[in-house]
Design a protein around this ligand. Sequence first.
Ligand code: HMG
Ligand code: MG
Length: 302
Amino acid sequence: MTIPKKVRLVEVGPRDGLQNEKQPISVADKVRLVDDLSAAGLGYIEVGSFVSPKWVPQMAGSAEVFAGITYRPGVTYAALAPNMKGFEAALEAGVKEVAVFAAASEAFSQKNINCSIAESLERFVPLMDAARANGIRVRGYISCVLGCPYEGEVPAGQVAAIAAQLDAMGCYEVSLGDTIGTGTAGATRQLFEVVGARVPRERLAGHFHDTYGQAVANVHAGLLEGIAVFDSSVAGLGGCPYAKGATGNVATEDLLYLMNGMGIETGIDMDRLVDAGQRICAVLGKENGSRVARALLAKRSR
Ligand code: HMG
Ligand code: MG
């Protein structure tokens, strides 16, 4: 397996990064974050979610965020949509790409989207049809691929079966989510081997939360398996409201540092990315969660 020469980083900070924040964040601050990220060269930004505001209050203003951002040519601005209601709201907001999300564990599926795995996949069928009719691309997520907060171990074969169904339904890419960050490099390689036997690796992505500090190692494991798309959050923002204690995604700055060091092309400007992370951290009153950003900022202030 050859290591990819070029990697696409999917920036999920405005969605996964902010969805769990309890404090109100203004539409203007969210818009600024998205615009800062596109200015830094991110080519794919997950802007928000069209989910129930009762379940995830922070994402309630997603339509306003889509209305406020400056659309840069060549950048994909995407949103989560769990069902037809969410898809229709996304369409109304002018969204051109959506992501559906399933889980590899029944308990997490119930907690996150209030239905079984099979029911969630059934819900996606009309959504996929409507997306096709409207020329909207659909990405798929699977949560809990390397462990579930309620069920513990999750067999890779179960992840592969769901990934194959999302792929067959028409998702152009399936992102495998280590929601609680318990995965390690060996398990990650094995997961991509097992899932890669059912879905071509060029249609797979990795989504690693950094709860146990393993995410960069897991991304490297993914690279060794030929995976060329990884999700990350600027400043390591985030967590899932339905996975207690889960921290943010791997920081985009940390992945960019890894890619730069390995000579892998991403098209992202580190300085502008660090500035984007610092600005949103100031808004949130939080310390920057990226080790690389903290190191570079310390160097700047010397
Ligand atoms: P439900 O309560 O079963 O839905 O929730 P329902 O169909 O029975 O409807 C109940 C009410 O919700 C109705 O309103 C619907 O209209 C409304 P009422 O009549 O009571 O006023 N409703 C909606 N409102 C807005 N947008 C919608 C929508 N759908 C129904 N799309 C539902 C089911 C899926 C809606 C709910 O469970 C939900 O919104 N869940 C979202 C949870 C979520 O966003 N989790 C975080 C994202 S996933 C994640 O973070 C993992 C990921 O990062 C990968 C990883 O790390 O693993 C992607
Ligand atoms: Mg996530």
